[in-house]
Design a protein around this ligand. Structure first.
Ligand SMILES: NC(=O)c1ccc[n+]([C@@H]2O[C@H](COP(=O)([O-])OP(=O)(O)OC[C@H]3O[C@@H](n4cnc5c(N)ncnc54)[C@H](OP(=O)(O)O)[C@@H]3O)[C@@H](O)[C@H]2O)c1
Length: 243
């Protein structure tokens, strides 16, 4: 992936930040979208050519205003990476309506609305690509992340619908299924790095490899096992994810 104009949501931290820096270092022109202006500033300090858009994707009105603004970045690639995960069972008071609405808006509504808004400029590109950061939880849910799992299953279905609407030559849609990645989202949980968990660097490298390839989906590390298991023994896969 070189000399492309790429918008990455959630580029201020975690996988998105590493991805933005690696893609910029390859000569791509990056637009980094996130809500935290300070973190966006730190990214630009590291790579001054990166452009930024500060937008809170959990705010439906802000999302709508951006979509209707006619913003044009002459994009070739959109990477829907921003995401949040609440980890509480539904009976836990911390799993409030407000938290769930934020999660659905950020993880599902935002990628759908952004893709629709940016489609005209993407389709004008010879190498139009939408990359969606999904999750193995789109195959088998985790008991304390019901809402998150549902948003990722929805995002996966949105990718399938996009492929049904647009021939491959007009728009390529790539789903990324990372395993556990060591970022703020997974801090303090899961196995150690190397034992089922990978670094954001490794995740970004695998994503760039997939972008350079031709497949519709990239199952990284243990996500491959979950995808396989969910097809042959879905209850077992769900039990494993909830352990
Ligand atoms: N980490 C994993 O194990 C894992 C596994 C499978 C899939 N994924 C998926 O990979 C993607 C990246 O995850 P990560 O682990 O890198 O997460 P992370 O380290 O927590 O970073 C999340 C990024 O999303 C942005 N973001 C969150 N809420 C936002 C909002 N309302 N508006 C705009 N930007 C917002 C954050 O920006 P601010 O700094 O501005 O808040 C940040 O840049 C997510 O979609 C996640 O679901 C992660």
């Amino acid at each position: 992936m070189q000399n492309k104009r790429i918008l990455i949501t959630g580029a201020s931290a975690g996988i998105g930040r590493v991805l933005a820096l690696k893609l910029a270092a390859r000569g791509n022109r990056i637009v980094a979208l996130a809500r935290n202006r300070e973190k966006l500033g730190a990214l630009v300090a590291e790579f001054p050519e990166i452009e930024t858009v500060a937008l809170d994707l959990s705010d439906p009105q802000a999302l709508r205003d951006f979509a209707e603004s006619g913003w044009n970045g002459d994009l070739d690639v959109l990477i829907n990476n921003a995401g949040v995960q609440d980890q509480h069972r539904l009976v836990d008071p911390a799993c409030s309506a407000a938290v769930m609405i934020d999660e659905v808006t950020t993880n599902l509504t935002a990628p759908i609305v952004l893709t629709k808004a940016l489609l005209p400029q993407l389709r004008a590109s010879q190498s139009a690509l939408v990359v969606n950061l999904v999750s193995a939880l789109a195959f088998a849910p985790k008991d304390d992340a019901a809402c998150y799992s549902a948003t990722k299953a929805g995002l996966r279905m949105f990718s399938t619908a996009l492929r049904a609407q647009f021939p491959r030559g007009e728009l390529r849609v790539l789903d990324i299924f990372p395993p556990l990645v060591a970022t703020a989202m997974t801090e303090g949980r899961g196995p150690e790095i190397g034992k089922g968990k990978i670094t954001a660097e490794q995740a970004a490298d695998a994503i760039i490899d997939a972008m350079d390839g031709t497949r519709d989906r990239a199952l990284i590390g243990t996500a491959r096992i979950i995808a396989f298991l969910s097809a042959i023994a879905p209850k077992l896969a769900t039990r494993l994810m909830s352990k």
